[in-house]
Design a protein around this ligand. Structure first.
Ligand SMILES: [Zn+2]
Ligand SMILES: [Zn+2]
Length: 456
């Protein structure tokens, strides 16, 4: 079976999903699809057209990446059979029936139309002998009790647009002595089987997908199936998608909400007015390998403080959003989570409860104790009343500064030294919530806790 067509798109076709259906006959063993478009770029930036593939049963993979570029033509090739698949797509038999390939037009810039060719070949030749990857038995994760676990909640591989593969991401996590690492490729879950297979007793793998929409990105963590990320006015809203993630036992996190957007980073800034934060319970305030950069983390932190002042119970998270080796000397922020046990479910539950701080190295903690003797820590609430705040920190440099932020305002500040402990008295009603920040001599964030709050 051979299927071929061409088309032309203008900027009016941007942010659409253009479907082309084709029929896979009974007995098909191999599919090869080639998609070419041009121009790759115009004066104002890069065009970005990516593919999603659906077989007669449902999602079959996505190729959220630029593809090969030759003389201004972008080429994306999919090869698929029951033992191999192009990264981003799912290995498996080819069920007969109607399939579809969807062109997701993340960006078509004005002035110059985009032309494309799509060719699909389905063959029924018996497959030659293709050496299958030997299955390694999954290693059971040992029982570990309550404690602090450090890890990353955002990472990519060649299954979407990263430069490295799954083994590299895991090696990177081991080099940073992480307890857990998350794979959240753009709009696909094809890497998760291998990722979980390579889990080791000291390194927990967490499933996920980055819902990479045209008006913002969100992480769906603890998820191992595709979530339809395509927001469609009137039929599928972002709050509905968030509810679907939660109903599937996953954790929904608004990713890098204040990132630069089109055309520099297509769809990267969060523009869902019904989710500011709406039903979202987590927001990634620290994105990327550095505090400063195109993710505008300082603005994301300020946005989170505004939401806390509105009485929203939103948890802050960090994610390296790593796509390949970090530059030397990079100090990414990680999540340090107090979980009841060393499991994906327990870590995600602890995050939902706000039992974590974000840090590029130092350890920090904040507790409160009322005059009546009621105690609470990060993510928890105290009854209203005069409270002693206890802050502890360790692993700092002598020029770092500790800051107590209450209701978004700086309330106390002092030099950190390498380690320290401080007690501050807060009058009844003086604050609705507080967090501890640690910043370096230039003001860059080194660590921040989730809030301790007071019941009103
Ligand atoms: Zn993103
Ligand atoms: Zn990402």
């Amino acid at each position: 079976m051979h299927y071929q067509l061409s088309g032309k798109l203008t900027d009016r076709d941007a942010k659409q999903h253009i479907l082309h259906a084709f029929t896979v006959p009974v007995g098909a063993t191999e599919l090869r699809l080639r998609f070419d478009y041009t121009p790759e770029r115009v004066a104002s930036g890069l065009n970005a057209l990516h593919l999603s593939l659906f077989d007669s049963h449902g999602f079959r993979g996505a190729g959220h990446r630029r593809g090969d570029v030759h003389e201004g033509v972008v080429s994306h090739i999919i090869e698929l059979n029951d033992v191999r698949a192009t990264p981003g797509y799912m290995v498996g038999a080819l069920p007969p029936g109607e399939w579809s390939v969807v062109i997701d037009t993340h960006m078509i810039l004005p002035d110059v139309p985009v032309t494309y060719q799509l060719a699909v070949d389905v063959s029924s030749d018996p497959l030659g002998v293709i050496p299958a990857v030997p299955a390694e038995p999954a290693v059971p994760i040992p029982q570990r009790g309550p404690g602090w676990y450090r890890g990353d909640l955002h990472g990519h591989t060649v299954h979407s647009d990263a430069s490295w593969d799954i083994a590299d991401l895991l090696a990177h996590a081991r080099n940073h002595r992480l307890d857990f690492v998350t794979l959240s490729d753009h709009n696909t879950v094809s890497g998760l089987v291998e990722f979980d297979r390579l889990a080791r007793p000291e390194l927990l793998t967490m499933g996920g997908i980055e819902l990479t929409t045209y008006a913002g990105h969100a992480l769906a963590l603890g998820i191992r199936r595709w979530i339809d990320w395509r927001v469609r006015s009137g039929t599928r809203s972002m709050p509905q998608i968030a509810a679907e993630v939660e109903a599937a036992g996953g954790l929904f996190i608004i990713a890098h909400p204040m990132s630069v957007g089109d055309p520099i980073c297509t769809g990267c800034d969060w523009r869902y007015r019904d989710m500011l934060p709406g039903p979202a319970r987590c927001v990634e305030v620290w994105n990327g390998g550095e505090w400063e950069g195109e993710s505008n983390n300082e603005d994301a932190l300020a946005l989170w403080y505004v939401w806390l002042n509105q009485g929203q119970r939103v948890v802050a998270t960090a994610g390296t959003d790593i796509h390949g080796p970090l530059p030397p000397g990079a100090r990414p922020g990680f999540n340090v989570v107090y979980a009841e046990s060393f499991s994906e479910a327990a870590i995600l539950r602890a995050i939902t409860q706000g039992h974590l701080y974000l840090s590029n190295g130092p350890q920090i903690e904040v507790h409160g104790r009322t005059e009546e003797g009621v105690s609470a820590g990060m993510g928890d609430s105290l009854p209203s009343g005069r409270t002693t705040i206890t802050a502890c920190w360790e692993g700092c440099t002598s020029t770092d500064r500790v800051r107590l932020i209450a209701d978004g305002e700086l309330l106390r500040e002092q030099e950190a030294g390498e380690r320290g402990e401080q007690h501050w008295q807060l009058a009844a009603g003086e604050a609705a919530w507080c967090v501890l920040e640690l910043r370096d001599a230039t003001g860059r964030l080194r660590a921040v806790t989730n809030p301790l709050s007071w019941l009103v």
